[in-house]
Design a protein around this ligand. Sequence first.
Ligand code: NAP
Length: 326
Amino acid sequence: MLRSASHHKIQNLTTDMENVRNVIIIGSGCAGHTAALYTARANLKPLVLEGHEPGGQLSLTTLVENFPGFPEGIQGPELVENMRRQAGRFGAQYQLGHVSSVDLSSNPFTLHLGKERLYTRTLIIASGASARWLGLPAEQALIGHGVSSCATCDGFFFSGKEITVIGGGDSAMEEALFLTRFATKVTVIHRREQFRASKIMLDRARENDKISFLLNTVVEDVYDVSQKAVTGLKLRNVATNQVWDLPASAMFLGIGHIPNAKMFGDQLETDADGYLVTKNYVFTRVEGVYACGDVQDRRYRQAITAAGSGCMAALEVEKFLEARGT
Ligand code: NAP
């Protein structure tokens, strides 16, 4: 009984190993699709694992006006769908599924998707970073309708309006400052009295006449789901417990991003905030494993830079496989 079970196991493993891929790409945002396009055109038949948020952060935004090549702008979901179709035209394959863990200790690498195992000679990690949200039901319902985590993407839509920014770090200050280009008034709402933001960013925000601060304040609710638009926030002062409504046309979250790198455990190097550390743009410490896009970029975080690094990772995969004669 035991013998036949282990025989069966070995047989399965042999079948699995026959299905070793040249390249698997984790993530289907700008970086993942671009890596897929390049590796598909190099005839490597990439497999893209789409993850929990297919399309990545672009799929959460509306009009994208800063991706070159679209003089009138393009909707984020349409842009990312175009990228997917373009890669698909050259043979990239897509599979929905979330990678729970990986084994990078030997090549081919092993990826675990629930009970399924996938094997690959090279791996491109384009798993991105997810915006941190407050977690309120109304907030989630109004994403794209006045709730946003990207000032550069959506700020323009609130020209001449009064808007709010949540957070007390550099991202919140940067968003608030950027949004003063459009808004008549920006209120930064922060849950404490002390800021995490650097002095220089905080000073800049404080010196801007359009920016005011509400400290020790948390958001309890966002109005108004029935109108499919943000009309105001229900706020609470955590020191006094006073609750009041603040009219506003938008709520921008600047409370940080969470890089999607947990699945690699300690097999790859991460910085203090969990971003993958890369050298020479896309190299991780494991040969044959490359990282691109927001999972390794805490500085630029743009669709175009993510696409650029996806291209770099794909070109390195080609070189790696070529050198090994695969
Ligand atoms: P961060 O420094 O971690 O700040 C996040 C802020 O959001 C904190 O003030 C935090 O409040 C607040 N926050 C977190 N969860 C919250 C919640 N559930 N409800 C309400 N508030 C919440 O993140 P970041 O601002 O994105 O910055 C990340 C890194 O990138 C930092 O190292 C930063 O210096 C860097 N960065 C630099 C620049 C620049 O130099 N131009 C721009 C952007 C980012 P608490 O303070 O109470 O925890």
